[in-house]
Design a protein around this ligand. Structure first.
Ligand code: GLN
Length: 453
């Protein structure tokens, strides 16, 4: 599959041919379930001219279905474009197909989608990761030039790592969330999933920038990164030793190999430990579920999507929400409502906010001594289907990605090795707030070292 960089140079007729070729390939790889149109047998949205970009099903494209892969949003048509979609269109790119995801982006495997599962292109008996599993599988399988995902606690970085592509979560506030289906508003961020660091930088440059329609969007000038990508800058990289040592043997071995390469290329490697791991999972699952419980209260059968059969107002709410939300989403709304309730607010929600401040400080302290933090993305390679069916196991598997969202920092995952079964292992590189250039330059350097050029 052509790179985004090359695709952006194609003529209109070449782009028509590219889109046709993609559609044919998508049909041939239907069993992957990367695009949900394939699962529902409707057509890929192809009414826009431009370089085709796969879009996670929680980003609105005007006049198209958008469902966050939930039953409750069946029948909902987006009334306007998300800001990122308008930005794609003005740059000569176009939304192409909707990709599969965990329902409302809650999950790490894409197994909670209303439409069914997505297969990992590297091994069909394994999950593609999640929640942006469809976007990552499409890019890795060569049935998308590039894709957009969203990352609340790792949902861009982890599926990219499980499928063997690059996933980039920008600083919180860098990319507008206007038109993104909200999961946890203080953590959500849209970002690119691509086959190379350069393509990630190109797509990031297109979607980044202040948006008056999103009050949490950073009022800063977006500085382009792709034209300044530099793999020769020597950086100080802080390796989080207790996190590397805590991962599986294969992950540990692969990261240590990558660290050796970075060291021999002249980067300054220092070692640090994180003490926040004890609190990160708890703080994340309190804050994310609290915010989700309020964000998802709007799906009541009145305004959006599907309404269940009912006899009065009360049964309309109860039946619509009871039938429309899957088990994991219901579990999280219950938990979120509980931690926000007056009797428990101080004990849980306020404590979680304090832990969040502590975690952020720990990242900032390390980043005052280093340009980049390096750590694993996930404790292991991609899971077998069903392996993560216990919700607590699933929550614990997010240990390496969620702190970055709590701290609001930019982070990228870059493939560094394959295990004996051909499954991908990536490294995660994290930078200071708004220092996307550092993250991309370090990733570009690592990618070149791994590819040997
Ligand atoms: N796995 C995490 C969760 O379930 C992260 C999901 C995400 O980033 N959207 O909340």
């Amino acid at each position: 599959m052509i790179s985004l960089k090359e695709a952006m140079k194609l003529s209109e007729s070449e782009l028509v041919a590219l889109r046709k070729d993609l559609k044919d390939k998508i049909k041939q790889t239907k069993e992957l379930g990367a695009y949900i149109e394939q699962l529902t047998n409707s057509e890929i949205c192809d009414e826009f001219a431009g370089v085709p970009i796969a879009i996670k099903d929680n980003i609105q494209v005007k006049n198209q279905s958008v469902t966050s892969c939930s039953k409750i949003l069946q029948g909902y048509i987006a009334p306007y474009n998300a800001t990122v979609i308008n930005k794609l269109l003005s740059a000569g790119l176009a939304p192409f197909g909707r990709t599969n995801m965990d329902e409302f982006a809650m999950g790490s495997t894409t197994e909670s989608s209303y439409y069914g599962k997505t297969l990992n292109p590297l091994d069909h008996s394994r999950v593609p990761g999640g929640s942006s599993g469809g976007s990552a599988a499409a890019v890795a399988a060569g049935i998308a030039v590039a894709a957009l995902g969203s990352d609340t606690g790792g949902s861009i970085r982890q599926p990219a790592a499980f499928c063997g592509c690059v996933g980039f979560k920008p600083t919180y506030g860098r990319v507008s969330r206007f038109g993104l289906g909200a999961y946890s508003s203080s953590l959500d961020q849209i970002g690119p999933i691509t086959r190379s660091v350069e393509d990630a930088a190109i797509l990031y440059d297109i979607i980044a920038g202040h948006d008056p329609k999103d009050s949490t969007s950073a009022n800063l000038e977006a500085i382009s990164t792709s034209d300044k990508l530099n793999s020769d800058r020597k950086m100080t990289i802080a390796v989080i030793k207790n996190y590397v040592d805590g991962a599986s043997e294969d992950v540990k071995k692969s990261l240590n190999m990558a660290i050796d390469k970075l060291k021999s290329a002249g980067h300054n490697i220092i070692y640090k430990d994180f003490s926040n791991s004890k609190y990160a999972i708890a703080a994340y699952y309190i804050i994310a579920t609290a915010e989700a419980s309020t964000n998802l209260s709007r799906y009541d059968g009145v305004r959006y999507g599907r309404r269940a059969a009912c006899t009065n107002l009360g049964s309309m709410y109860a039946n619509t929400r009871g039938e429309g939300f899957g088990a994991e989403v219901q579990r999280r709304m219950l938990l979120g409502t509980f931690v926000l309730s007056s009797g428990y607010y101080d004990a849980y929600y306020i404590k979680a906010q304090k832990a969040r401040a502590f975690i952020k400080k720990e990242y900032e302290e390390i980043l005052s001594e280093a340009d980049i933090i390096l750590m694993p993305v996930a404790p292991s390679v991609a899971y077998k289907f069903g392996e993560l069916s216990n919700p607590l196991d699933a929550y614990l598997s997010d240990i390496y990605t969620i702190g970055v969202n709590l701290a609001g920092l930019p982070a990228i995952t870059v493939p560094v090795a394959k295990d004996a079964n051909g499954l991908n292992i990536s490294a995660q590189l994290i930078g200071g707030a708004y220092k996307e250039q550092n993250v991309l330059d370090a990733a570009y350097s690592l990618e070149k070292l791994i590819k040997g050029n």
